[in-house]
Design a protein around this ligand. Structure first.
Ligand SMILES: [Zn+2]
Length: 475
């Protein structure tokens, strides 16, 4: 009532009306009734609980209608039209975004007009073998790739009318099933991925620019505690960056994965890698990654990622800054020498860098009693010397490459391992993984980070796209 100050109660009835193709009402179902009095911030529109009730009600009505129509269609033999005889009723549980629904699923006899391997079948159960809708699987997989299974469960439960049925175990099993399906699409493993010969490569169109691939290893806590050695297992993460700067990441568990090279190759191929294209592999120098990057491209060069070199020097600089007591006296000289060693490495001079590290060792290993902090810095220095001498042939003149705009590192801000693995798998010490569980999760996580999961689902369920189009047209 316009102009009135009288508060009026408002009643909203929500109904689902089912119409035939001709527009006649076939059936109508009352879903919910909502009462509103005074307009306040908290009474504006629907509350989450009301929205969940409405969605669940609409979903139940539509699903019941759809399944009933389908079963009606299935009640006669498609070949001769004879009515199929009924053997018994079962129920199937269908998990959808808007509720878990139990639907009647009859078992019927096959018609005798055609030879059949079985006597009976359940049309609905056979139509919906997965029992969960693709969209629900998609959302579960997407969110569980970004945060823990437990948090994913809580999020979905809070915003969707899924009831108490969702639990972390179910979400994990669904993610594993989706990941395994994606894994079956990966081609066979080969040792050698270089295709053709130099004469063929010369005839290829000019590639867009070099590809830069960063490879790095990390460790994940194992749930398998049969021996001490089993406490941790290795995970490899990588990122491939095109000349235009678009990046794709990948990851795998070497102990579990049987096709690591194929996996990396497919990522590079999806970014348009050609056999005449320059590919720079940047790694932390570990054995697993060294093996992996061989024979993927004839033009490949293999370098130690400057990120790892610089990080190690940064850590030692922090340790030197933390020196206390008598050690403070040598601090300025130590810091200066660390800077010198980094400068030599930046210019690819491993020989001078080693001399610089030897000088540092002499400074730290002096006649004063060895303090805990000096001892750890000394140990870090010795490890660093081993690290650069082992990887000496992978150390280029970074400064020169940098001036020419060539790749020297894939992650100055954050390592690929941190982005891909640590943030999801090693956030807390309690998180323990099986090699299979970690591998499958990482396949989905990289797909989500690469923004490819939705395309995967659209390819598997092409109907999804059509429905969306129809919905837009209707609106
Ligand atoms: Zn028949």
């Amino acid at each position: 009532m316009v102009g009135s100050t009288r508060r009026e109660a408002m009643k909203v009835r929500i109904q689902v009306v089912i119409e035939s193709e001709a527009g006649e009402t076939v059936d109508a179902h009352e879903i919910a009734g909502i009462h509103r009095k005074e307009l306040r911030p908290e009474t504006l529109g629907l509350t989450l609980e009301e929205a969940k009730t409405v969605l669940e009600g609409v979903q139940r009505t539509i699903v019941e209608q759809q399944t009933a129509e389908y079963l009606q269609m299935q009640s006669r033999c498609p070949h001769c039209g004879t009515k199929r005889s009924h053997k018994g009723d079962h129920t199937v549980t269908l998990r959808t975004l808007f509720g878990k629904l139990r639907v009647k699923s009859p078992r019927v006899y096959h018609c005798q007009c055609q030879p059949r391997p079985t006597r009976t079948f359940s049309p609905l159960a056979e139509l919906l073998p997965e029992r969960s809708t693709p969209e629900l699987l998609y959302l579960e997989t997407k969110w569980a790739s970004l945060m823990s299974y437990g948090l994913t469960t809580k999020l979905l439960e809070e915003v969707l009318p899924l009831g108490k049925y969702v639990n972390a175990e179910t979400v994990r099993n669904h993610l594993h099933a989706v990941a395994e399906r994606a894994e079956t699409e990966l081609g066979d493993e080969q040792v050698f991925y270089i295709d053709g010969c130099p004469r063929d490569w010369a005839t290829l169109p000019r590639p867009d620019g070099p590809l830069t691939v960063g490879l790095d290893g990390g460790y994940v806590h194992s749930c398998d505690k049969t021996s001490r050695k089993d406490g941790w297992f290795e995970v490899i993460a990588g990122k491939s960056i095109t000349a235009e700067g678009t990046a794709k990441c990948f990851a795998f568990v070497p102990r579990y994965d049987t096709k690591p090279k194929r996996r990396v190759f497919e990522v590079l191929k999806s970014q348009g890698m050609q056999m005449n294209q320059q590919v720079t592999f940047l790694s932390d120098g570990g054995d697993t990654v060294r093996q992996l990057q061989l024979y993927l491209n004839p033009q490949a060069e293999h370098l130690l990622d400057w990120f790892h070199v610089a990080m190690r020097v940064t850590v030692m600089t922090q340790m030197a800054k933390g020196l206390e007591g008598k050690d403070v006296a040598i601090q300025p000289a130590v810091l200066k020498e660390l800077e010198r060693s980094k400068w030599y490495l930046w210019h690819g001079n491993v020989y001078e860098a080693c001399i610089s590290i030897d000088n540092l060792e002499l400074m730290l290993d002096n006649d004063d009693p060895l303090t805990v902090k000096r001892r750890s810095l000394l140990k870090a220095l010795r490890d660093f010397r081993i690290y650069i001498t082992t990887n000496a042939r992978l150390i280029p003149n970074y400064g020169e490459r940098w001036r020419y705009g060539e790749a020297i590192a894939t992650g100055f801000v954050e390592s690929t391992v941190n982005q891909v693995i640590s943030k999801r798998c090693v956030k807390s010490q309690q998180m323990k993984w099986s090699p299979r569980g970690a591998h499958l999760l990482l396949q989905m996580r990289t797909r989500v980070l690469n923004d490819e999961l939705k395309d995967t689902f659209r390819r598997w369920y092409p109907g999804t796209q059509n429905e969306e189009v129809k919905f837009k047209e209707a609106a």
